[in-house]
Design a protein around this ligand. Structure first.
Ligand code: NAD
Length: 482
């Protein structure tokens, strides 16, 4: 299986003959290749998207009414829903994620296109009170051509939320998927063409981040960049964007805490806390990777978490276990490195899951691990591991819980488990992050709920109606009556 770029509604060979191997993480074997995109390929895609949107929004995509755009997006949502299993299989093979997670991702992708398709014709400006003799109004216009850099952990969901919102707002999109997970996005672009999206509305160029990704970020024809990925790369993207004053949304990493107070309903909390770290084998930006537990219930919580951790299995996607393998050898090495270093520091392991006997030995399987008494300053408590590793630590009171929760460079998501209503609000307001969940975590995905970080977790908001606003430019028009 050899995949080219998808530009102008057609498969197009790259300017370089070099290809990137596509590896199945559950076996470590290569099963295809991707075009290794260059700056020339990016330039071709940007020119195609510019023609689609038109210099004055008069191109075949730019001149569609909001309702027409929305209708096309709804059609794409329906087409993805019909092909849920096909998309799930593509993603499971490409990224190693369990079929269960892959199906959820395909469902969420369709839901994003449905949500933003429905929102396209509800995005409007205002009329503003002003001096006598004037009428003043604001119009929300698209940026033009937007660039989207997508990571490998949730390609379909992240595509849905960034490209969905951008298309709905009237932009044409150039997407650079992750080199480890491009197949579902390529198929999606092909499907969009099949159901009638005009050529250039959605172009996909595959390749490495430092080549195709960097070329997209630096291209003067890109009017807005949406980047989802690591904090380190996010900084490079922001620097490149700043050089030409290009607006940028950054969705970066996290070290999100779960705060468990002594009045929490543990039957409700514990399964959610476990799921929040093992979902997608821990390769989730909003993973709940720290569990802060009030001293009086610390031992009980650890005992009950340990029981659950011992039952967790990692195995090939087809077995539909709790976890699949990690995405690639590099990620496997990184996660293992954190675990080995923590053990060398003598941070106690409470429990480990297992790797299923049917898992190929060449696959990148990592059993889940629960650590306790993790020092707040240790790497385990401060760094994003991006694997199924949960760091538990005790706290005495609310003030300490908040201090620990806020005490990392990140600020993406937090979970708070307490039945005390006043405390729910106090703690939620004191946490420095983009989303707080009280007695739940993630609200089941929440396509409608604005998402994003503070500090090193990034800036700008995706998901919900808020994301649509970010993909527009507000223009004020003041009319003096004759
Ligand atoms: P990464 O930063 O290495 O790669 C992300 C994307 O950026 C890939 O498509 C890659 O090719 C591209 N890229 C790499 N170098 C580039 C460069 N110099 N210029 C432009 N693009 C470049 O991250 P990753 O390892 O693929 O993903 C894992 C990270 O993503 C984690 O830190 C995770 O927390 C974060 N993430 C955040 C969110 C969120 O919404 N906050 C969601 C998913 C993942």
């Amino acid at each position: 299986m050899q995949k080219q770029h998808f530009i102008d509604n057609a498969w197009q060979g790259g300017s370089s003959p070099e290809m990137i191997a596509v590896v199945d993480p559950s076996t470590g074997t290569t099963f295809g290749s991707l075009a290794r995109g260059t700056a020339a390929d990016i330039a071709r895609a940007v020119a195609s998207s510019r023609a689609a949107v038109g210099d004055t929004f008069d191109g075949p995509w730019g001149r569609l009414s909001a309702a027409q755009r929305g209708r096309l997006m709804m059609r794409l949502a329906a087409a993805v829903t019909e092909r849920n299993e096909e998309f799930a299989q593509i993603e499971a093979r490409d990224t190693g994620k369990s079929m269960k997670t892959a199906r959820v991702d395909a469902t969420a992708l369709a839901r994003y296109f449905e949500y933003y398709g429905g929102a396209a014709d509800k995005l409007h400006g205002d009329t503003l009170p002003y001096e006598h003799g004037y009428t003043v109004l604001t119009i929300r216009e698209p940026h033009g051509v937007t660039g989207h850099i997508v990571p490998w952990n949730y390609p379909m969901q992240i595509f849905g939320r960034t490209v969905g919102a951008s298309l709905a707002a009237g932009n044409a999109c150039v997407v650079k998927p992750a080199e480890d997970a491009s197949l579902s996005i390529l198929r999606l672009a092909e499907l969009a063409a099949e159901i009638g999206f005009p050529a250039g509305a959605l172009n996909v160029v595959t390749g490495y981040g430092h080549e195709a990704g960097a070329a997209l970020t630096a291209h003067p024809g890109i009017d807005h960049i949406s980047f989802t990925g690591s904090t380190v790369t996010g900084r490079l993207v922001a620097e490149a964007a700043a050089k030409r004053h290009c607006p940028v949304t950054l969705e970066l990493g996290g070290k999100s805490p779960q705060l468990v107070f002594d009045d929490a309903d543990l039957d409700q909390a514990l399964p959610v806390i476990v799921n929040a770290i093992i979902q997608n084998a821990g390769q989730t930006c909003s993973a709940g990777s720290r569990v802060l537990v009030q001293r009086g219930i610390y031992e009980t919580v650890l005992e009950r978490l340990a029981e659950r951790f011992r039952a967790l299995r990692a195995g090939p996607p087809v077995l539909e276990l709790e976890m699949g393998p990690l995405v690639n050898e590099k990620q496997y090495g990184l996660v293992k490195g954190f675990i080995d270093a923590a053990e060398a520091e003598r941070i106690p392991v409470v429990a480990r899951g297992s790797v299923h006997p049917e898992a190929a030995s060449a696959g990148y399987y990592q059993a889940a691990v629960l650590f306790r008494d993790v020092p707040h300053t240790s790497a385990l408590a401060q760094k994003e591991i991006f694997g199924p590793v949960l760091a538990a630590m005790p706290f005495e009171d609310e003030a300490e819980a908040i201090r620990l929760a806020n005490g990392t460079d990140y600020g993406l998501v937090a979970g708070v488990w307490t039945r005390d209503g006043a405390r729910q609000f106090r703690v939620a307001r004191a946490l420095r992050c983009g989303q707080v969940f009280i007695n739940n975590y993630g609200a089941g995905g929440g396509v409608e709920l604005p998402f994003g970080g503070v500090k090193s977790s990034g800036h700008g908001r995706e998901k919900g109606f808020e994301a649509l606003l970010g993909f527009t430019v507000l223009k004020t028009i003041a009319i003096k009556h004759g």
